[in-house]
Design a protein around this ligand. Structure first.
Ligand code: 5GP
Ligand code: ZN
Length: 115
């Protein structure tokens, strides 16, 4: 298995560890949520599992409870920020726009979103 599959050198593992600063929104024993550095909506939060998985399918297979928990956390952020309305995106694969290979949910909320 390569280093990146273990999370070594992974930018989001470094954010979770506190080695790279981030604007924390929420955290618990299984997930960490922080503001996207390049927001595409008024509120744009990334939710990541503390354990390193490359994409959402790997997370679903290995730890479906944490995937379900990510959805719950997204909902609670949107409940606080925008009466429960939000967009939840998992880019999966380079050709779909995934640039960081530590699974992350994009939560976009806080305003009416374009179609
Ligand atoms: P992807 O393109 O993989 O779906 O999303 C990666 C996201 O991570 C992008 O929206 C990008 O703005 C965000 N991002 C990349 N590096 C950092 C960083 O160091 N800090 C924060 N807060 N966000 C980052
Ligand atoms: Zn990682």
């Amino acid at each position: 298995m390569s280093d990146s599959e273990h999370g070594d050198g992974c930018i989001f593992c470094k954010i979770i560890a506190g080695d790279i600063p981030s604007q924390r929104v929420y955290e618990d024993e299984s997930v960490y949520a922080f503001k996207d550095a390049n927001p595409k909506a008024k509120i744009h939060v990334l939710i990541v599992p503390r354990r390193h998985y490359a994409n959402v399918a790997e997370l679903a297979k290995a730890d479906p409870r944490t995937l379900a928990h990510i959805v719950e956390v997204a909902q609670s952020i949107a409940d606080q920020e925008f009466h429960g309305a939000y967009r939840l995106i998992f880019n999966s694969g380079e050709d779909a726009g995934q640039s960081v290979f530590h699974v992350h949910a994009h939560v976009m909320t806080g305003e009416v979103l374009p179609e």
